[in-house]
Write a protein that binds this ligand. Structure first.
Ligand code: GLN
Length: 272
């Protein structure tokens, strides 16, 4: 009999916990937008939207004082606000973001992350919210004057990249695998740029906005006019939490539609 009561108690506890969970999820909902797709959702931590990022990617994410700021941080804050959640930002290696999202430790990876077919197998991407361009940084006196120079047989340049970014993936496939260049991988974009400055690499392939920020800080460097490739940024989310994905994506779509995302981008990036 005792056993039965204990079992019953355990069951009641489980049920009330579940009820508690869904109640929280209910109160997490925006009240006024009639967005029925996102009826209930759970997050890594109750009442919190946990964003995984790598804060060495200005102006999308960088550290100011002891805070992570930038376009992605502000977009995440606006999404969290819409969903009635607090925002918490976890700064980690770029390489670890997808795993953090897949394991459910983070709710969303926002890191100027490019949508690629390989990554799409691992995570669900939100609506895209910005365009990125892979560009080439060289020293002012560099013999490299266009992207084509990297592909020319016999040049065999050493190219600095940030590990596992699209700059790394594309140059590896296009150039290193073809025996046309050597890729030198760094954990931060700034480290690759330092390697260029000190002559360890011949150029750096990286996203255009951080490239502009890095070049403005390090003397003697420039960005080539020709672009390596254009790409789309989106948030990375777990494939196992459809309700949260629906809620976050709906919030992001609203923020794109009402111009909030553009105004955040415009705050950080002045049109040329
Ligand atoms: N857009 C690039 C990528 O997704 C770089 C992102 C980053 O370094 N934060 O790989």
């Amino acid at each position: 009999m005792k056993k039965f009561v204990a079992l019953l108690l355990a069951l009641v506890m489980v049920l009330s916990l579940a009820a508690c969970g869904s109640k929280t999820a209910d109160t997490d909902q925006p009240t006024d937008d009639g967005d029925s797709a996102a009826a209930e959702f759970t997050t890594a931590n109750k009442g919190v939207l946990t964003m995984a990022t790598n804060a060495t990617f200005p102006p999308y994410e960088y550290v100011e004082g002891n805070q992570v700021v930038g376009i992605d941080a502000e977009i995440a804050a606006a999404i969290a606000d819409k969903l009635g959640l607090e925002l918490q930002i976890e700064d980690m290696e770029f390489d670890s973001i997808i795993e953090a999202v897949k394991s459910g430790k983070a709710d969303i990876g926002l890191a100027g992350m490019t949508v690629t077919p390989d990554r799409q197998e691992e995570v669900n991407f939100t609506e895209t919210y910005a365009t990125g361009v892979q560009v080439v940084i060289v020293t002012e006196d560099s013999p490299i004057t266009s992207v084509d120079d990297l592909f020319a047989e016999g040049n065999n340049y050493i190219i600095g990249v940030q590990r596992n970014t699209t700059g790394d993936l594309y140059t590896t496939w296009d150039l290193e695998d073809e025996g046309l260049a050597t890729i030198d991988r760094y954990s931060k974009g700034t480290d690759a740029v330092q390697a260029l400055k000190t002559g360890k690499v011949d150029c750096v392939v990286i996203d255009n906005e951080p490239a502009k920020a890095f070049v403005s800080e390090v003397e003697g460097l420039k960005i080539l006019d020709t672009e390596y490739v254009e790409e789309e940024y989106a948030g990375a989310m777990s494939k196992d939490n459809q309700a949260l994905y629906d809620a976050v994506n709906a919030a992001l779509q609203e923020l794109i539609a009402d111009g909030t995302v553009q105004s955040i981008i415009d705050k950080y990036i002045t049109a040329e």
